[in-house]
Design a protein around this ligand. Sequence first.
Ligand SMILES: Nc1nc2c(ncn2[C@@H]2O[C@H](COP(=O)(O)OP(=O)(O)OP(=O)(O)O)[C@@H](O)[C@H]2O)c(=O)[nH]1
Ligand SMILES: [Mg+2]
Length: 259
Amino acid sequence: MVLAQLGGTITRAIRQMSNATVVDQKVLNECLNEINWALLNADVRFQLVRDMHNNVKRIVNFDDLAAGHNKRRIIQQAIFNELCNVLDPRTPSFTPQKGKTSVIMFVGSGKTTTCTKYAYYHQRKGWKPALVCADTFRAGAFDQLKQNATKAKIPFYGSYTESDPVKIAVEGVETFIKENSELIIVDTSGRHKQEAALFEEMRQVSEATKPDLIVFVMDSSIGQAAFDQALAFKQSVPVGAVIVTKMDGHAKGGGALSA
Ligand SMILES: Nc1nc2c(ncn2[C@@H]2O[C@H](COP(=O)(O)OP(=O)(O)OP(=O)(O)O)[C@@H](O)[C@H]2O)c(=O)[nH]1
Ligand SMILES: [Mg+2]
């Protein structure tokens, strides 16, 4: 998996810098160039790489570092902090609580599979999840969710005949509120729908079900398109979390970090 390789390359670059006899600007530049190259190669967005590079250079100023300072440690710490910054949303995402009912809506691509994984994961930890299929657009969508839910023994709600996703979503959520479900997971439409219509439908389902959290599911193979796609979703509905899928594939995965 490429993200693991990326980690390996970064670790190696830092180790090389730490092992240098004298740590000076040249050694730092070499180390940063190596890291930049690895990040760009893994499809990480250029702007992110550039900002990280500039921030580390700003923090590690050799003119200001007195002889006694441990330059290796300062550089390592600066690189580590900047890498973490890329992923730090700065505000914690919504955390559901056991014993209460939370509605979680999924958008993006890979939703149905990820909804089931999310529900199954929590069920195994003693939660009471339920799945609602609000994808009334794609033929077979309800069957897919039903199959997944049945296999994982998770209660589900959907319809073969109703064509209004908002109606189904609301009915499903109401049904499971009555059953004291702790996580009501709403799966929405995606594939084969015109973009404008899809975003409008997402907005309507979101307004009607008032989810506590909207999860944007993203395919790791999306590469450089990740930033624009995440932005487009966020502009339509208040996305509160991102789940990256298909990390088992051959994708570079770095593009996903932009989301
Ligand atoms: N290898 C792999 N395949 C995945 C993963 N997640 C989803 N898939 C596959 O990707 C395809 C699409 O996944 P779905 O979960 O149906 O995506 P969706 O967003 O619900 O799609 P629509 O309902 O058409 O909008 C399916 O063939 C899944 O089996 C994953 O983590 N790894
Ligand atoms: Mg689906």
